[in-house]
Ligand binder design. Sequence first.
Ligand SMILES: Cc1cc2nc3c(=O)[nH]c(=O)nc-3n(C[C@H](O)[C@H](O)[C@H](O)COP(=O)(O)OP(=O)(O)OC[C@H]3O[C@@H](n4cnc5c(N)ncnc54)[C@H](O)[C@@H]3O)c2cc1C
Length: 559
Amino acid sequence: MAENWDESVDVIVVGSGAAGLLASIKAADAGKSVLLIEKTDKWGGTSALSGGGVWVPNNHLMKADGAADSPQEALTYMEDVIEEVGPCSSRQRKLSYIANAPRMAEYAEKMGFRWQRAPNYPDYYPDRPGGKIGRIIEGQTFDANKLGAWKDSQRKGEQDAPAMAFATDDVYLLPLATRTLKAALRLAKILLTTAAWRITGRMPQTIGQTLTGQLMHIFTTKTNAEIRLNTALAGFVQSEGRVTGLVIDENGTTKRIEAKTGVLLSAGGFAHNPEFRAAHQPVDGTWSSASPKDTGDGIRLTMNEMDVGLALMDEAWWGPSTLYPDGTTGFPVWERSLPHSIMVDQTGARFCNESESYVDAGRAQLDRNEQVAAIPAWLIMDARHRKRYMFGTAPGGRTPQDWLESGFLIKADSIDDLAAKTGVDVDGLKATIARFNGFADRGVDEDFQRGRTAYDNYYGDPRVKPNPNLGRIEQAPFWATKIYPGDLGTKGGLVTDEFARVLTSDGKVIEGLYATGNNTASVMGRTYPGPGATLGPALTFGFVAASHMAGETVPVPNV
Ligand SMILES: Cc1cc2nc3c(=O)[nH]c(=O)nc-3n(C[C@H](O)[C@H](O)[C@H](O)COP(=O)(O)OP(=O)(O)OC[C@H]3O[C@@H](n4cnc5c(N)ncnc54)[C@H](O)[C@@H]3O)c2cc1C
């Protein structure tokens, strides 16, 4: 051990989200000594709060089901939907993703991770060349009790849904539980399965909790990797242009740790760093659903100490968001996609296809706000929407009293009343509704094509004809809630290559330094190609980085 090091390991991983956990497992499994540091007293990061979906084109579960896909189709799709944004989304990076995402999924399974598909969930542009339905995979329901002493320090959301044994492909059905037999049966199955788990002493974990829970279980039971909570990256040690170790703050004590092979930054994005937001973005992060400690340390410290390439700092995984009475954020997806609803700006005009992907709808709101006041915008619903469908965790027909008293949901007897209570221009709103009702009758949204694609229809009501996303707004009481341009986190940061190595501003490799996840500029560019398109690259490039550090060949075949 060099004299000035407090400790020495082969690999240091910074940040305990899904990517950091998986990369640590891979590096340790390949024989490296691994230290994973996590600055908070909770492990799991935003990954633990997430939907846990992972977008893996051409994955082994699709093959087992006979669902057709190929690297060529995946590349065609990515090249079609991801616009040119420079090296972070280069062809080589896309090829690496397409080749290594399925390898990552199979590797995790080999280590004991249990995946399942969400076969009905479409890509977000399923009608574009190479678009498919069912490329997303997620962790099967996992028993949190298996985490033992690590159970209580897993990051949890403030508004976490009760621990139920459900899956991603149940989510589009649950809001329809009183509308279709299929949805009612699915709800019954979930309740029965959950009861069976509980009766047998098991604590069901799903979505982001099973993703991180299963990985933590593998980490703690099958590897010699070490994790330290309350331990933060504080700086880098470099020698002759190579990163040789880190300065860390461990419970208030500064230490220098040697990383003989390399360092992986998987410390998340800068959703809750107001200075970065102010410098690069039109919002300050108040409406972000990302983990509260997502403060951009991995980007800030690297750019302070090295000449690094940065990209997409003006971007986030945008999405229309709400602010619940207790100050927590909501991320309405089916709520704005189901019929008998529209989103309007403060002039009463629609500004997007309400059923489109959250990234596109969120950006549309930001763009609209450049022209007319659209922050907040309003989600307007007629009586049937509130009566039939779940809103957040509130079942149809049952609206929590504090939602009404706090003004989170506004209820009105007429459109005039609704306009008066929301401050939306009444004439504009009436004209918009009249026009929209015509679209609903004809089943064609001539302004924004809502309800045209399989993705739109996924969160639709099949009983509403002729278009499951379009329903008239005419029955009182009318409802409204404020919509803000929130996000699931940011997606700009360090520029990395196809092996997840961090690059300088002129594109040279910084030896010994790797990065993945929201710490980096995304391979997905400004787009969100399909469900799981942030965790997919985070996990994949974490796996790639660990494989590369282990000296393994990382395939990047042309297709
Ligand atoms: C509600 C919600 C649902 C979502 N659903 C999905 C989904 O289904 N599919 C999908 O693909 N994406 C989803 N996302 C987005 C996805 O969760 C994130 O993009 C992803 O988890 C980011 O992973 P990461 O590894 O970059 O960061 P994180 O998971 O946040 O991990 C970073 C970790 O680094 C730690 N850290 C930060 N600074 C330091 C430091 N200085 N030293 C040490 N540690 C540090 C943090 O505390 C954190 O624990 C969702 C997000 C939200 C909020």
